[in-house]
Write a protein that binds this ligand. Structure first.
Ligand code: ADP
Ligand code: MG
Length: 597
């Protein structure tokens, strides 16, 4: 019998590796930039054409490669960064698998040009789909220039997965931002289609780099942090609790200089914020964890985004403890956990939408925070919005007869200024007033959106808002839809957008916060899903902002108009986020509770 099993040829191995390493243009940028940083570059230029599908060019002034090394670099498992298996646990470099260049070469037309320090001329290799087509000397300054063009030209199936240029470029900007945050000492320049997107000069501090990349205004709301304990060090910046996002998009975490997205790290960070951040809100964080390389295994994933810790528990409690310690001066942790000994053993603090701020000025920050919380409260729409929703309206007898389920309920009262207690026949009905109002607002917005009659209100002075690259790209892609929703935005140079109108329905709102949420929602929904469902997600966010919160006492006429409005809309069973609007307890259930049956 002949054997069925074959050893795969090199070319196929490279394409398989490329499947893991090169998901999209931004993966190429990540690998090439990491190589430049490993080569000790002081300046890196990134030129992108057509979202990276046409061209990705990275030029650095690092140590360069000799002619022989250039050929070797294209071989699989060829690296200058490892020599023994022990090195795997002592990594100081970003790369080490020796897979990136051959993988990229196998799915693109690749040109490598390099000139090491002691050499008078450089050398150049051109390859197509991993096959060398040309090699020869070339004149150039010290460093390396790598050009990957026509990505996936020989793998059409992969090419089909690419999104619009702007979306792909958004991912690239994200990758460059992450690496640039980790290396303020390196000059990063990013261009798209010949236009400079950013030019981040060498900086002495992380704060200066954060200002360059994420915007100077954000800096005001970030707290510096630098805490060490038993070989572990955490440094960087985290946001005050009032500055938060609806997703994890603004959390940047690095381990030993490498950007990672790790479950343990993220969980520990959020644990540090527990009880100071509203449920479902996430901080802004740029955090660097330094630890002995042998304590962490980065070789668990081809893109090296995930890691494994030797002592996961210790890392977790160090991180959450450090975050807590940093937040302490501005937070009310002590009040929330009067006797809690350790973050890991303490029970989760009760979620409260309105934090209690004791008047006693125990610590110097308290006053500032209280002020911030108060102004935050003022910015929320809860104060202004209900008026527009509760146009008091007395039901005529005829209307009362026609009224639906909710309108016919007998109102018993309001519980904890958040729930309506009603009676339906013999049943007890509990209604979550916030969820109910959210659903009403959502259904109304949906109807107005479908009818195209959403009323706008022009701002006296257009508000210029600076977003990060990803946010601004997503918003720019959706200007027409946003305008339909009453948010007329105009590109205002770079990452800024000028806001000219808002939906009248929303009254006074924190538009910046809302638009960031909209961008995050759009990112989460993705371009492939129907516009309609993306819009509905946005509407749900808007409805939530416009809705009355829990913790507000309602007058009887307000309650009855809320119940009547609930009858007018579809899907009244849950709020747009899926939380229930109503719960029913039958007399039987209540009697069983009191053992009366
Ligand atoms: P790895 O980074 O895992 O070693 P790569 O395939 O990314 O594998 O690169 C292979 C080798 O090519 C690297 O080990 C390095 O020696 C060399 N190299 C790649 N890019 C550069 C660069 N920009 N400057 C200098 N050397 C480079
Ligand atoms: Mg590499």
């Amino acid at each position: 019998m002949t054997s069925h099993i074959r050893i795969l040829p090199e070319e196929i191995c490279n394409k398989i590796a490329a499947g893991e390493v090169v998901e999209r243009p931004s993966s190429v940028v990540k690998e090439l930039l990491e190589n430049s940083l490993d080569a000790g570059a002081g300046e890196v230029r990134v030129d992108i054409r057509a979202g990276g599908r046409r061209l990705i060019r990275i030029v650095d002034d690092g140590e360069g490669m000799s002619r022989d090394d250039l050929f070797l670099a294209l071989e699989r498992h060829a690296t200058s960064k490892l020599s023994s298996d022990e090195d795997l646990f002592r990594l100081r470099t970003l790369g080490f698998r020796g897979e990136a260049l051959p993988s990229i070469a196998s799915v693109s037309r690749l040109t490598l040009r390099s000139c090491p320090a002691n050499s008078l001329e450089g050398f150049e290799i051109q390859s197509e789909g991993g096959v060398v087509k040309h090699a020869g000397v070339t004149g150039m300054a010290r460093g390396t220039c790598i050009e990957a063009s026509d990505l996936f030209f020989n793998t059409p199936a992969r090419r089909k997965f690419l999104r619009r240029d702007e979306t792909e470029f958004g991912h690239i900007a994200d990758v460059v931002t992450k690496l640039a945050l980790a290396h303020p000492e390196v000059h990063f320049r990013l261009e798209h289609n010949g236009k400079t997107i950013f030019d981040a000069f060498r900086q002495g501090t992380l704060a200066a780099r954060v200002a360059d990349l994420l915007g100077r205004p954000l800096l005001r709301d970030l707290l510096p942090l630098d805490i060490s304990d038993g070989g572990l060090r955490l440094h960087g910046m985290i946001s005050t609790p009032e500055t938060n996002r609806s997703g994890t998009g603004a959390i940047y975490t690095f381990i030993n200089g490498r950007y990672i997205r790790d479950r343990v790290v993220q969980h520990a960070l959020l644990d540090g914020y527990r009880s100071v951040l509203e449920k479902g809100r996430y901080p802004v964080a740029i955090l660097f964890l330094e630890m002995p390389p042998e304590e962490v295994d980065v070789n668990v994933h081809p893109t090296k985004h995930e890691v494994r810790f030797r002592e996961q528990g210790r890392v977790h409690s160090f991180l959450s403890g450090a975050v807590r310690q940093c937040l302490k001066p501005v937070a009310w942790l002590e009040e929330a956990h009067p006797v809690a000994p350790e973050p890991t053993t303490a029970p989760p603090a009760p979620q409260s939408t309105a934090p209690i701020m004791p008047a006693s000025a125990v610590n110097p920050y308290r006053h500032g925070v209280q002020e911030a919380m108060e102004s935050y409260g003022r910015r929320m729409p809860t104060v202004a919005a209900p008026a527009s929703f509760f146009s008091p309206h007395k039901a005529t007898p005829a209307e009362a007869e026609n009224s639906g389920f909710f309108g016919r309920l007998t109102l018993l009262g309001q519980y904890r200024r958040s729930y309506l207690l009603c009676q339906d026949g013999d049943d007890l009905v509990l209604i979550d007033q916030h969820a109910a109002h959210e659903r009403i607002g959502f259904e109304r917005l949906k109807k107005e959106y479908r009818d195209g009659v959403l009323e706008r209100q022009a701002l006296l002075f257009p508000a210029v808002i600076e977003f990060d690259y990803r946010e601004s790209a997503l918003l720019k892609e959706n200007l027409a839809e946003l305008a339909r929703l009453g948010f007329e935005l105009e590109p205002f140079g770079g990452r800024s957008l000028a806001l000219k109108t808002i939906p009248r329905l929303l009254g006074e709102i924190d538009s910046e916060r809302l638009l960031r949420e909209v961008a995050e929602e759009l990112a989460a929904v993705g371009k492939s899903s129907a516009v309609e469902s993306a819009i509905e997600k946005v509407l749900a966010v808007i409805a939530c902002h416009g809705a009355i919160r829990a913790n507000r006492s309602l007058s009887p006429p307000e309650i009855s108009s809320l119940l009547d409005a609930l009858d007018q809309v579809d899907f009244k069973i849950s709020c747009p986020h899926g939380r229930p609007v109503m719960k029913r307890l039958s007399i039987g259930e209540i009697e069983r509770m009191f053992r009366r049956t």
